[in-house]
Design a protein around this ligand. Sequence first.
Ligand code: NAP
Length: 297
Amino acid sequence: MGEAAGGLAGDPAGEWSPGPSTRLAGVIGHPIRHSRSPAILNAAFRATGLDWAYLAFDVPEGGAAGALAAMRSLDVGGLSVTMPHKQAVAAAVDVCTDAARALDAVNCVVPDGQRLVGHNTDGDGFLRSLAADAAFDPAGRRCLVWGAGGAARAIVAALDRVGAAEVVVVNRTADRAEVAVALAGAAGRLGTPADVADADLVVNATSIGMGAEPATGPTAGPVPPGAEAVHDGQVVVDIVYQPVRTPLLARAEAVGATPVDGVGMLVHQAAVAFELWTGHPAPVAVMAAAARAGLAD
Ligand code: NAP
């Protein structure tokens, strides 16, 4: 497993450097320059004393199968996958988990003997963040998700998997919304912005708010349609994490709802990957600090 002498003692003096037994993990994507994953995962390896290193690889569209071949021949210990490769990797691994197969998207590749196994950790990362950051259990609750892209579909499927009473999808493009709704089975329903007020949990999984100025007040900046109906007693998640404090979260806070930012999902999906690759519990607090250090508030 490439563990440092002394097991999980960590590397408080910053003495670690890569050697002949270091295990390599990394992320493929394009563009990849702004990825927070190297900071998050390397912080986790150093905190746990594991002799692993994590790098970012800029792999243009069409390069996923070649990257997986390299993963095999170089005995890479774990691979994260981001845009635009999630679907191509789902086709190129030897086997997918049920979640990754249902979504036709892999964001984490785990070697298992001679096989490469494709996982999708976004749904579990989202659920762990909900539990850790808001103590919210979706079982039996009414949930509304804005969006029907890759992240939204993972969240919709995860909410159904843990027994949400209802998973309402609101999306700009209706036929994409239908695809997302189908992932929630009998709990899924196509919704409108008028459904926002009735939900216990509302989740922005669109890119609305991404790149906005960090919100200083409840009225500034772009929010998803119907966000004016957010009220106290609701849990409001914005998976957009650039900025961390989005206009939607500022609004949620102003009306007394419980805001949950997107750094939680980012960190917890990386924590799931860390655990799958190394077999060790992830140092989530260290990973969160590393993630937040590089993000605009
Ligand atoms: P995606 O597959 O491209 O989907 C984008 C979604 O946003 C679609 O539902 C799209 O609607 C909607 N959308 C985009 N612009 C819109 C606009 N102007 N008005 C209304 N709807 C709009 O992207 P994704 O991978 O799902 O990511 C979505 C967001 O989540 C991004 O900001 C990404 O950074 C963030 N994210 C966060 C995490 C995390 O760990 N926190 C993980 C994954 C993604 P249409 O279907 O109508 O085009």
